[in-house]
Design a protein around this ligand. Structure first.
Ligand SMILES: Nc1nc2c(ncn2[C@@H]2O[C@H](COP(=O)(O)OP(=O)(O)OP(=O)(O)O)[C@@H](O)[C@H]2O)c(=O)[nH]1
Ligand SMILES: [Mg+2]
Length: 683
């Protein structure tokens, strides 16, 4: 490979800010907006007054709970930043954003505990092919040297982390940085542009060493540079800049810049790197495989329901342009009309007359458009450029409004919330008549609930969703059931003898008859089956009955008084009387669980499985995931409800699980009593 042209890409850019929880993403956005003049001053996150974390939910939990979009200008060019939440519970917010952005700024810090979280993000960027810059934040408080920190973080990244700056220290305190490409020192000034300085003499050796290792990494993709290094010829600065830009855009390296977002330090260099080296919409279009042909293409990144302005679809214009009033085709056919185009700055919007390729804007009132969709001006719609597939939910709770009158209001509000958050699952459980919300952790659903109660003013009650217990029997019994009524006029008569017998687990229900000589006529045999099935909806323990066989062996009928109803009644009576003698027993669903965890927590995870009545099936290295394991176990569904809370707390928030139904298992004693009480049924 030779030297590649790394010429600057002009035009509006869209940059996702991602990274492990509490690494300083919101602080960095605030610093960027202050530095570029979009906001008058940088507010600390503790003020609860930042552009990103202004919602009551974010403030209450001191964390970002949704993606925030803010457009600003830097040196005459438009850049939109999207500050994504760091918690894994809200990580799905970032996916449609990452799909449509040009570059990700990964905010990281020197914290060993957050390496798995960083690795998750880097993997996501690999999967989506998004180029990235790593911003090593909080250098003000880092005790370790930057190069040691990078060595520690490198396993989280599949591509080399390329140190572009080193800190400048005085008496152990970071006072500035040295840029290894520019070979210049910068002395930090709080909330202001750094002062350019000469590299101090006693730092020169350190600078040269770090610079050499930067050049070595660049030379891996540049033969000419390799030769120059071997022959000890000083490479031209422009060639280095070109390599830095080209390697960033190709995803061959991840340049690392350093700073202290809290004081606005290192922000200007980051902005310059984005401006000079960042890819633009052209590259993003290519990455997404967007069709050429002149049509307008729009990728929806986020959906917001504003209290007054209605629905906003925050979108990247991939090609063409959008004017107020434009008709756009939805993926499945059908159109939506743009009513209002806005530039976003957190919760504030300013009206625009149009948007062009590269812009990130909110489009008003696209009623049927959804987050992640690709809209187009081309008649009939276009194929979806990006698939939005939220991961399997790991936590659920059932919900109802405190006051019945709020039922309709609650379901409308939940629909809106689900539209804003595609990772929120919603289903109605027929069995238990519950509305069940599912999502990615306890905090995720807590925030949904707070939004219902706060923004929508609907007081709600939540509880764990009902477990689908079943019951079965252990013994066989023969039982007669006779339904006879003589109440003037037409009487009622049905008489059956049935044998009730247990079946192996998983067999369900079987009905047979061994009637001979027509003692029960054919049509009434059918009625007996109906009666039995009806009874099985709720057995002696109060749950649906499974794994049971019923044979109709004998009975009698009356030519005038017998009827379908009478035989159903007789069958139910026989069941009701016979079942308690069959030694009924409760069954609980047992799931097969697959837990993924960083390897250093594997033993902790394995230890908690028996505490939850689980059985370990095995554990192994997670294929293709260095540093992670997979633990397989079976575990009762009743024990999985809050499993995720324990998994997350054992792994600094990154372990997860998936579960599929495996089998039903008997439970007795205290556990059975608890199950019956929890379901409000008497034993
Ligand atoms: N020492 C130091 N602390 C910082 C710096 N930047 C941010 N912080 C602190 O780190 C904490 C988290 O900052 P945020 O900006 O909310 O982090 P975040 O990455 O947006 O967090 P989430 O969005 O919740 O994942 C806050 O207490 C900040 O004050 C920094 O440069 N130096
Ligand atoms: Mg944040």
């Amino acid at each position: 490979m030779g030297t590649r042209a790394g010429g600057r890409r002009t035009g509006p850019k869209c940059i996702a800010i991602v990274g492990p929880f509490a690494s300083g993403k919101t602080t960095l956005l605030e610093a960027i907006l202050a530095r570029t003049g979009a906001i008058p001053r940088q507010n600390p996150v503790s003020s609860g007054n930042t552009v990103s974390d202004h919602s009551p939910e974010a403030r209450a939990h001191a964390m970002s709970v949704e993606a925030t979009i803010a457009t600003t200008e830097f040196m005459g060019e438009q850049i939109t930043f999207v500050d994504c939440p760091g918690s894994i519970e809200f990580s799905f917010e970032a996916e449609p954003v990452l799909a449509a952005c040009d570059l990700a700024v990964v905010v990281a810090e020197a914290d060993e505990k957050k390496i798995p979280a960083l690795q998750l993000i880097m993997r996501k960027l690999d999967d989506l092919g998004v180029p990235r810059i790593l911003f090593l934040n909080k250098v003000d408080k880092a005790a370790a040297g930057v190069r040691d920190t990078l060595k520690m973080l490198q396993p989280a990244s599949s591509v080399p982390l390329l140190l572009r700056q080193i800190p400048l220290r005085k008496d152990g305190v970071v006072i500035g940085s040295i840029d290894l490409a520019l070979e210049r020192a910068y002395i930090y000034r709080e909330y202001a542009e750094s002062e350019i300085a000469q590299i101090p003499g006693d730092e020169k050796a350190r600078e040269l060493e770090a610079r050499f290792s930067m050049l070595e990494t660049l030379a891996d993709h540049d033969d000419q540079l390799m030769e120059q290094l071997l022959e000890e010829i000083e490479p031209p600065k422009d060639a280095i800049f070109d390599d830095l830009a080209a390697d960033l855009r190709d995803g061959a390296v991840t340049p690392v810049l350093i700073g202290t977002a809290e004081k606005g330090n290192g922000v200007l260099r980051l902005l310059k790197a984005i401006r000079h080296d960042g890819p633009d919409i052209e590259a993003t279009r290519k990455r997404l495989g967007a069709p050429d042909g002149g049509a307008t293409l729009v990728q929806v990144m986020k959906t917001i329901h504003t209290p007054h302005g209605g629905k906003l679809s925050v979108s990247r214009v991939l090609s063409g342009q959008v004017a107020d009033g434009s008709e756009l085709w939805l993926p499945g056919g059908g159109t939506a009309k743009v009513s209002g185009i806005y530039r976003m700055l957190g919760k504030d919007q300013s009206k625009l007359t149009g948007a062009k390729a590269g812009d990130t804007v909110a489009l008003g009132k696209l009623d049927d458009a959804k987050t992640g969709q690709t809209l187009t001006s081309a008649k009939g719609g276009t194929r979806q450029l990006f698939d939005v597939e939220p991961p399997q939910p790991v936590y659920a709770f059932a919900l109802r409004p405190k006051e019945r009158k709020d039922e309709v209001k609650m379901s409308a509000a939940i629909q809106r919330l689900a539209e804003e958050d595609p990772s929120l699952g919603l289903r109605h459980n027929q069995d238990s008549a519950e509305t069940v919300l599912s999502g990615h952790g306890e905090m995720h659903l807590r925030v949904v609930r707070e939004r219902l109660e706060g923004k929508n003013q609907i007081p709600v009650e939540g509880h764990s969703p009902a477990i689908p217990y079943r019951e079965t029997i252990r013994k066989s019994v023969q039982q007669r059931g006779r339904h006879k009524k003589q109440s003037g006029g037409h009487g009622q008569f049905g008489d059956v003898v049935i044998e009730i017998r247990p079946l192996p687990r998983g067999s369900g229900f079987q009905f047979t008859d061994t009637i001979t000589g027509g003692v029960v006529p054919k049509t009434y045999i059918q009625s007996v089956e109906t009666g039995v099935r009806d009874y099985l909806k709720s057995g002696p323990l109060g749950f649906p009955v499974v794994d049971i066989a019923v044979n109709l062996s004998d009975g009698s009928y009356h030519a005038v008084d017998s009827s379908d109803m009478a035989f159903q009644m007789a069958a139910k009576l026989a069941m009701k009387e016979g079942m308690p003698a069959c030694s009924p027993v409760l069954l609980e669903p047992v799931m097969k669980v697959q837990i993924v965890t960083p390897s250093d927590a594997t033993s902790k995870i394995i230890a908690l499985i028996p505490q939850r009545r689980g059985q370990i099936l095995g554990y192994d290295a997670r294929p293709d995931w260095p540093g992670w394991d997979v633990v397989e176990a079976t575990m009762p569904q009743a024990e999985i409800g809050d499993l995720i809370i324990e998994l997350r707390s054992a792994t600094a928030g990154v372990a997860s699980y998936s579960a599929v139904f495996d089998h039903m298992a008997e439970i007795t004693g205290r556990l059975a009593d608890e199950a019956m009480n929890a379901n409000g049924k008497a034993a």
